[in-house]
Ligand binder design. Sequence first.
Ligand SMILES: [Cu+2]
Length: 151
Amino acid sequence: MRRLLPFLLLLAAAAPASSLIVEQPQLRTTQGGLKTTAAYFTIRNTGKAADVLTGAACACAAAASLHESKVVNGISRMGRAGPLTIAPGGQVALRPGGLHLMLTGLKRPIKAGETVRITLKFAKAGERETAFTANDTAGAQGMDTMPGMHH
Ligand SMILES: [Cu+2]
């Protein structure tokens, strides 16, 4: 695991005291002419009160919405999800095969290595602009989370 990144994010988030930490914000690069992609991250709540991720926005896309993928009868489907409550001392992970932030109506392709700013909207913490790094395997931390992998 990379331990430096959460530390740097902590420093970056030092502005108005917030107990929410967004870890490993990553964005999947677009394939071919697709106008959609997904973003992944983990939110940790180090505070004493719950907060709620209500939505998101990106200048790069027409819409950014919370989605969840589920396998129903062997077929992967996704639909709207959220708002997501992050309990005090808890965390919520958005990763391939589960919760994700869906960007639709992309205004341009997302290329590997670029940084895309996405605003995450919280009920209490307000709007938090977060820098997402684009890569081809966003959200996949290991082989067991590789999308499309079957045992
Ligand atoms: Cu989706």
